[in-house]
Ligand binder design. Structure first.
Ligand code: ADP
Ligand code: FBP
Length: 314
């Protein structure tokens, strides 16, 4: 069983429009309303591919009811932690060339009691977990070391803890020694405090985060694919997307693909990149199903082209 935690879930509205003009009126050509937040997306991708997943989700208000309702379309074992404040709504605007503009709300403040209830629910929901995924931003009221504390509390278990977050929460989590982190390009730059214009810079930064405590680093690089740095190896892999539609949730699909394929090594990276590329070809934050996956199109490069300039599109 893979357990995911989404401390700050959302209802995602993905709105497709013509070219975006700041200050202009845009008539939507399509709208997708989907359950959101990184851990929820990882769980959706897993169950869409026959892998069992449990999702721990704090949810309150009418939006919380709607989120739980949307989740009932998936065979996820949902552990709901009731909260007073409502679940946030995040909006992504997609232009015809698949450019995404994201508007993420901060989320409602969690009280101290709600934060404690969430942490306790995670500990009990992950009793039989092979992997525990701590994913997404932290809502107001939750301290930046929330994920780090969970890693420490779970350190005597066999569960592999995986972290996909940003900013101070990521820095704190790294120091607590997670098995794996999944930053995108921007989150990796933020974590090391400098720009990473080339593949070589990304690999250096990933090694730095390993030296600070992360067991392995799976860095997603948008159209440039992904890099995996673990104790033994460094790999770069990428796959073409014939027609990009929406990259919302691509990183979450990618992490799910990595875990579904065992969560370490070359073959897991191939699976990750195949799932990420497939997600980009689907509307909104739709997660790929087996028929959408094309692992044979994934290219794993024999060495790292350290001077390769990155597009920086994450
Ligand atoms: N334009 C693209 N072309 C091909 N693959 C892509 C593209 N954008 C994203 N991907 C795939 O999806 C993965 C996750 O995307 P990325 O944007 O890096 O993550 P996040 O959604 O976390 O910001 C990438 O590692 C890559 O495999
Ligand atoms: O918690 P954050 O960082 O605000 O991110 C939440 C958003 O990220 C998503 O999980 C999408 O993730 P990606 O970064 O993979 O595109 C959305 O479902 C959600 O709205």
């Amino acid at each position: 069983m893979i357990v995911t935690v989404t401390a700050n879930p959302s209802i995602d509205r993905t709105v497709e429009v013509g070219a975006l003009v700041r200050g202009g009126l845009h008539r939507a050509t399509a709208v997708h309303i989907q359950p959101g937040g990184k851990g929820i997306n990882v769980a959706r991708a897993l169950v869409c591919n026959g892998v069992k997943a449990r999702a721990v989700v704090p949810a309150g208000g009418a939006e919380g009811e709607q989120l739980i309702g949307l989740l009932s379309d998936y065979s996820i074992d949902v552990v709901r932690v009731p909260t007073l404040g409502p679940v946030r709504m995040n909006v992504s605007v997609i232009e015809p060339d698949a450019t995404v503009t994201k508007l993420n709300e901060p989320g409602a403040r969690l009280t101290d009691d709600e934060t404690t209830a969430l942490a306790d629910a995670v500990i009990s929901a992950s009793h039989n977990a092979s992997s525990l995924v701590l994913a997404g931003s932290l809502p107001p009221g939750v301290r930046g070391d929330f994920y780090a504390d969970l890693i420490i509390r779970l350190s005597d278990r066999d569960t592999r803890v995986v972290v996909d977050t940003s900013g101070p929460a990521l820095r704190a989590a790294v120091a607590a020694g997670p098995a794996l982190i999944k930053p995108n390009h921007h989150e990796l730059e933020e974590a090391v405090g400098r720009a990473l214009p080339t593949l070589g810079h990304v690999v250096e930064a990933a090694r730095e985060l390993r030296s600070l405590g992360a067991g392995a680093v799976l860095a997603s690089l948008g159209g440039d694919g992904a890099v995996l740095v673990d104790a033994e190896n460094t790999w770069h892999a990428e796959a073409p997307v014939v027609q990009a539609r929406s990259s919302v949730g691509a990183g979450d699909a990618m992490l799910a693909g990595f875990l579904a394929a065992g969560g370490s090594g070359r073959e897991a990276l191939v699976s990750a990149v195949a799932w990420g590329a497939a997600a980009v070809s689907l509307p909104g934050s739709t997660m790929p199903r087996p028929d959408d996956l094309q692992p044979h199109l994934v290219e794993v490069h024999p060495g790292i082209s350290t001077d390769r300039a990155l597009r920086g599109d994450t």
